[in-house]
Design a binder for this molecule. Structure first.
Ligand code: HEM
Length: 467
C-alpha cells in the first residue's frame, strides 16, 4: 500500500493503533460541548480527524494485527459499492458481537446469508409493511397515552423511543409485546455494552477457551439466558398463534420445511431484536432534539401532517407524501448516523479505482466523517438544513448518492430501512399532531460513540399541548 502512496500511523506490536485510538477518544470525551453544536465528528472520531489531515483522503491503520484501509474518496467508495465481491463481504465481528447476534443475517455469509436475506426482505418490505402500519400506530398510541400525564413537564425521549421501537418490532415481527420481550431486550443491551467496551481490544475473547475474563463469564451467562428466554417465547407463540404470517411465523415455516434449524431461528430473533430496537430509537431521539431547537421546521412538518392526515391516525398510503418529514429524517441521519462506519473485507486482491488492494484488508468507510465533509456538503455541512434534500439524495450529494449512506450500501444494505423510515414517519406525525416541544433546560449535549452514536445523557424535551 505504501508503494501506492497510502500512508498511516505506524504499526505497534500486538495492539496496532487501538491503544492510541482509545486514548485519543478518552481525551476528546473529557471535553464537554458548551452548546448544542452538530459539528460532532472531530470529537467523536478524533483519530480519523487527525489522521486524515496527516495522511490524506485514504490511509491505513491497524486494528490489532489486522490492516484496515480507511477510505473517504468518493470515487473509491463508488467502486466498493459496485464491486459485488467486496460489497457482499462483511468481515467477522468480534467474539462478543458474535455471542450477541449469533449467526443471523448481520453476521452470516454465502448461501446462508442469501436465504436469510430473502426471508427478511419478504417480511420487512412491500405489502408486509402496509399490514404493519396499524400495529405501528397502536404502539405509538400506547406511548402517547403515557405522555398525557407529562404535558408541561420534561420527557426523556430516548428512553421512551427505546421502549416504543422495542414494542414495534415485538408486535410486528414476533407477534408479542415489549413487556413479554423486556428481559430479552435488557440482556441484549447488557451484551451490547460488553461488546462496545471491548471494541478497541483486539484480544478480547481470543483466549476465552483457556482463561475467562469477567466479560467472558458474564457474556456466556447472558448468552445462555437469552437462548432460553427466546426458546420460551417461540414455544408460547407457537402454541398461541400457529404459523402466522409475520417474520417469526415465516421463520417457523422455514424450520418445518427443514430450511432452518432451531439455533438459526434463535440467532435470527436475536439479530432482529438488536437491529430493530437500537437504531430507529436513535433517529427519533436526534430528530426530536433537532425539531425542538428548529421550531420553524417543527411547524412546517406539523402543517404537512395536518394537510395529509388531519387529526386522523397516519395511513400507509399517505406516508410517501410526508415529504418534509422525509427531508427531516434524511438530514437527521446525515448529521447523526446511528452507525458511524460501513465495513467490508477484501476476499482476494481487488482493484478499486487507482488502488490495488491485497486480500484480507478491512475496508472501512467512515460514514460520520463523510456525512460531515464540507467538500461534499458545503461550508454549512455541520448545520441542520433539511432543505438540502428537497430535490432528493442525488441533488443533495451533487450526483454522488453513494456518499450518503446511513443505511449502508449494496446488497448488504439495511434490510429494515423502509420499516425504520415508516416507524419514524408515523411516530413523528403522531407526536406533531398532539404536541409542541422545546428543548429542556436540563438537556446536556453529549453524543458519544458506544457501538452506535448515542446521546449519553438522553434527550430531554419539554412537552406543550397544541393551542
Ligand atoms: C434508522 C434506523 C436504522 C439504521 C440507521 C440502520 C443502519 C444499518 C446499517 C448502516 C447497516 C449495515 C449496512 C451495510 O453494511 O452496508 C444495517 C444492516 C442491517 N440492518 Fe439496519 N438500520 C436501521 C434499522 C433497522 C431495523 C428497524 C431493522 C430490522 C427490522 C434492521 C435490520 C438490519 C439487518 C438485519 C442488517 C444486516 C443486513 C445484511 O447484512 O444483509 N435495521 N442497518
Amino acid at each position: 500500500m505504501a508503494s501506492q502512496g497510502i500512508k498511516g500511523p505506524p504499526y505497534r506490536f500486538i495492539h496496532g493503533n487501538t491503544k492510541e485510538i482509545a486514548a485519543m477518544k478518552d481525551q476528546a470525551n473529557t471535553r464537554t460541548f458548551t452548546d448544542i453544536s452538530h459539528d460532532i465528528y472531530p470529537r467523536i472520531q478524533p483519530h480519523f480527524f487527525t489522521w486524515f489531515q496527516l495522511y490524506g483522503k485514504n490511509f491505513l491503520n491497524w486494528y490489532g494485527p489486522q490492516a484496515e484501509l480507511v477510505i473517504t474518496e468518493p470515487e473509491i467508495i463508488r467502486e466498493i459499492v459496485s464491486n459485488r465481491s467486496v460489497s457482499l463481504a462483511r468481515p467477522d465481528l468480534g467474539s462478543y458481537h458474535k455471542k450477541m447476534l449469533g449467526d443471523g443475517l448481520v453476521t452470516s455469509s454465502g448461501k446462508k446469508w442469501a436465504s436469510q436475506r430473502k426471508l427478511a426482505n419478504h417480511a420487512f418490505n412491500g405489502e408486509s409493511l402496509k399490514n404493519m402500519t396499524p400495529m405501528m400506530v397502536a404502539s405509538v398510541d400506547l406511548m402517547l397515552l403515557r405522555w398525557k400525564e407529562l404535558v408541561g413537564s420534561e420527557v426523556e425521549v430516548h428512553e421512551e423511543f427505546r421502549m416504543l421501537t422495542a414494542e414495534v418490532i415485538s408486535r410486528t415481527a414476533f407477534g408479542s409485546s415489549y413487556l413479554q420481550g423486556k428481559e430479552i431486550f435488557e440482556m441484549l443491551k447488557k451484551m451490547s455494552t460488553i461488546a462496545g467496551r471491548n471494541y478497541y481490544n483486539p484480544q478480547a475473547g481470543l483466549l476465552s477457551k483457556i482463561f475467562k475474563t469477567r466479560d467472558d463469564l458474564k457474556s456466556d451467562e447472558l448468552q445462555n439466558k437469552i437462548h432460553n428466554l427466546i426458546m420460551e417465547t417461540i414455544d408460547e407463540r407457537h402454541k398461541m398463534m400457529g404459523d402466522a404470517d409475520d417474520f417469526l411465523g415465516q421463520l417457523l415455516m422455514a424450520k418445518s420445511n427443514n430450511q432452518l434449524s432451531m439455533q438459526d431461528i434463535i440467532d435470527e430473533c436475536k439479530t432482529f431484536y438488536v437491529s430493530g430496537d437500537g437504531t430507529t430509537s436513535l433517529v427519533l431521539s436526534w430528530a426530536l432534539l433537532l425539531l425542538s431547537i428548529h421550531t420553524e421546521w417543527q411547524e412546517r412538518a406539523r402543517q404537512e401532517v395536518f394537510q395529509i392526515f388531519g387529526k386522523e391516525s397516519p395511513r400507509f398510503e399517505g406516508l410517501a407524501n410526508l415529504k418534509t418529514i422525509g427531508m427531516i429524517i434524511h438530514e437527521t441521519l446525515r448529521l447523526y448516523p446511528p452507525g458511524t462506519a460501513i465495513i467490508r473485507k477484501s476476499q482476494q486482491e481487488v482493484k478499486l479505482g487507482n488502488l490495488t488492494v491485497p486480500a484480507n484488508i478491512i475496508l472501512h468507510v467512515p460514514v460520520l466523517a463523510i456525512h460531515h465533509d464540507r467538500k461534499i456538503w458545503g461550508e454549512d455541512a455541520h448545520l441542520f438544513k433539511p432543505e438540502r434534500f428537497s430535490q432528493g439524495i442525488s441533488e443533495a450529494t451533487k450526483n454522488s448518492p453513494w456518499t450518503y449512506m446511513p443505511f449502508g450500501f449494496g446488497p448488504r444494505n439495511c434490510v429494515g430501512s423502509n420499516f425504520a423510515t415508516n416507524t419514524a414517519k408515523i411516530t413523528l406525525a403522531m407526536i406533531l399532531q398532539q404536541y409542541h416541544f422545546t428543548p429542556s433546560p436540563n438537556y446536556v449535549h453529549s453524543p458519544v460513540h458506544l457501538m452506535m452514536l448515542v446521546p449519553n445523557n438522553g434527550v430531554q424535551v419539554t412537552l406543550h399541548a397544541l393551542k
